[in-house]
Design a protein around this ligand. Structure first.
Ligand code: ADP
Ligand code: MG
Length: 552
């Protein structure tokens, strides 16, 4: 029983560290239970995992949500509240002992393994480094730490900021509502009036202080009536091809970046609360050196010298153009309805072929994206493209947004006039191969982490996942928390169990992420939710991936 914990800890004073293992199990208390889920073997190891459970009778005030996304927001809020409460708490000790850690890494409202609201109660998980001096237990220190800890845990629900909880949940629910309605309004994204898009720095997620608030151009202004906030006004980006253009440093990339982030809801105060992007949006870019497995690349890359076939294309070391081609086709295969591209990070030879090069080069092996705009439209896929240097797209665009001093203007008509007055002279031929994403079904061994010597699975920040012997390069993915990278490890293992060489990756990724059992995936509290598209994109970067092409 929880009341016995202090005495129990005191009695461990001076004993060898592994004696802490006896803590394992549930310590029942009056208004909360504490469970030692995982107890570390030594003070230098990853800290222990604790779980607090609050009984259902205390949870009445937490049921404020009206839809599943709202429940995720309640959980996200509670974990943030716990983190705020436990900040500064800790004890002395060797290694990482004494450390108290609640993981919430970004201002995104995500499913998190650290918080789980269920009929059986509210479960919150976090890490505590059990105090030690060298390899001896600091029992008195531990007792002090746990007294303080349990006090904070008891105070958490009674002292919760209910107004802030409501703001948090309502924001996420309005976001979900608006995101759902984008298609019926013919839009792929919405950027609310007054939004703060730029961040403090490349490594910070805090809003840039003194930034120019977002101002929607009248021609693109739309209004939504959302359940909680009432009417919100902002810029709607229509379906089809949208160009974001403007001089250097006028905020083009910042706008695109905000759209990339806008697939997830943000916490109140972030500045991007009302940036709402089509849920299946995917940014694609060139990735020199990436691995590509069994993609039918012919819509973009074909008829290579010496008859090399590209209908089942694999490489260990893709070029700028082949990686971009593969990225686009994989995104379509995984069900993306919106592609986001920046000229800065896209191989030019896959974006365009201008009139001069068309005239000079006869044995063309690349079909540039510009010749696929109509095909994308036919597939119902939209494209937002940032272009500063390439004017060839002007006449094809449905919408042209010009950024000036961080303010967007709608210049579609002007762009058409310019295009008509200065024809590019390029010809639009009928591409040889249809644009048709081919489903690929992975084989289970693709996801076997023990193919190498050791089945290690470890996230390394946002950019790398150590999976067995392989370091998976995720730097081109849009993952926003280390916890999303970590979750990939467990999700890959689930893919291993489900893959059979027949089921398409698209369906596998959806199946694995269906339901809300991130909490059950692993004991680790750090895991954070991601989209099937993100999981699929990560799988596509596994060098060990083996696939069969299947009929969709
Ligand atoms: P571009 O892609 O057009 O060259 P960027 O989007 O990279 O321009 O923006 C250039 C700089 O301007 C960045 O440092 C960015 O933080 C800053 N910036 C972008 N939007 C704003 C804004 N609304 N207010 C203030 N600074 C901004
Ligand atoms: Mg830029």
């Amino acid at each position: 029983c929880l009341d016995d914990l202090p005495v129990f800890l005191q009695a461990l004073e001076g004993r060898p560290y592994p004696a802490y293992k006896d803590l394992k199990g549930v310590w029942r208390g009056e208004d909360l239970d504490l469970r030692f889920v995982y107890v570390q073997g030594d003070p230098f190891a990853t800290p222990s995992v604790l779980e607090v459970r609050y009984p259902p009778r205390l949870l009445e005030p937490l049921w404020v949500h009206t839809r599943p996304e709202g429940k995720v927001a309640v959980e996200d809020f509670l974990l943030r509240a716990l983190r705020a409460r436990l900040r500064g708490l800790g004890a002395g000790g060797s290694g990482r002992s004494g450390e108290v850690r609640v993981e919430v890494e970004s201002p995104k409202v995500l499913k998190r393994a650290g918080a789980h609201l269920a009929p059986e109660g509210l479960f919150l998980r976090f890490r505590v480094g059990l105090p030690a001096a060298g390899r001896r237990i600091l029992g008195k220190e531990a007792e002090r730490l746990f007294r303080a800890l349990v006090g904070h845990l008891r105070g958490l629900l009674p002292e919760l900021d209910r107004a802030a909880l409501l703001r948090h949940v309502r924001q996420a629910e309005d976001f979900a509502f608006l995101q759902e309605r984008l298609p019926e309004r013919g839009l792929v994204a919405f950027v609310g009036e007054g939004a703060i898009l730029p961040r403090e720095s490349g490594v910070s997620q805090r809003p840039l202080r003194g930034a120019v608030p977002f101002q929607s151009p009248p021609a693109l202004r739309v209004a939504f009536r959302v359940p909680h906030a009432g009417e919100v006004v902002g810029m709607g980006i229509p379906q089809g091809l949208t160009l974001i253009t403007g001089g250097g440093f006028h905020g083009k990339t910042t706008l695109l970046e905000a759209l990339v982030h806008g697939v997830f809801p943000h916490v109140p105060g972030d500045g991007r609360e009302w940036v709402v992007t089509e849920a299946t949006a995917q940014r694609v870019q060139s990735e020199d050196g990436r691995s590509v497995r069994g993609v039918d690349l012919r819509p973009f890359v074909h008829d290579l010298p010496r008859g090399q076939d590209t209908s089942f294309f694999s490489t260990e070391d893709a070029s700028g153009s082949t990686s971009l081609a593969a990225g686009i086709l994989e995104a379509l295969e995984l069900g993306a309805r919106l592609l986001l591209l920046d000229e800065d990070t896209s191989a030019t030879n896959l974006l365009v072929r201008d009139a001069r090069m068309q005239a000079l080069v006869r044995r063309e092996t690349l079909t540039p994206l510009i010749d696929r705009v109509g095909d994308l439209r036919a597939l119902g896929v939209s494209l937002v493209l940032v272009v500063g240097g390439v004017g060839d797209y002007l006449e094809l665009a449905d919408t042209v947004i010009l950024m000036e001093e961080y303010r967007p203007q709608e210049v579609t008509a002007e762009a058409r006039r310019v295009a008509a007055a200065r024809p590019t002279g390029r010809t639009y031929g009928e591409p040889r191969y249809p644009l048709r994403p081919v489903d690929r079904a992975p084989l289970p061994q693709s996801f076997d982490p023990s193919r190498g010597r050791k089945a290690r699975v470890k996230g390394r920040g946002l950019r790398e996942l150590l999976y067995g012997e392989e370091v998976v390069d995720l730097s081109a993915l849009d993952l926003f928390e280390g916890g999303q990278v970590r979750a990939l490890g467990g999700l890959f293992r689930r893919l291993q169990g489900l893959a059979d060489g027949r089921k398409p990756l698209r369906l596998l990724a959806e199946e694995v992420l269906r339901g809300e059992d991130l909490f059950a995936l692993e004991e680790a509290p750090e895991l954070a939710g991601l989209r099937p598209l993100d999981l699929g994109a990560a799988a596509n970067r596994l060098r060990a991936l083996e696939v069969r092409q299947v009929e969709g």
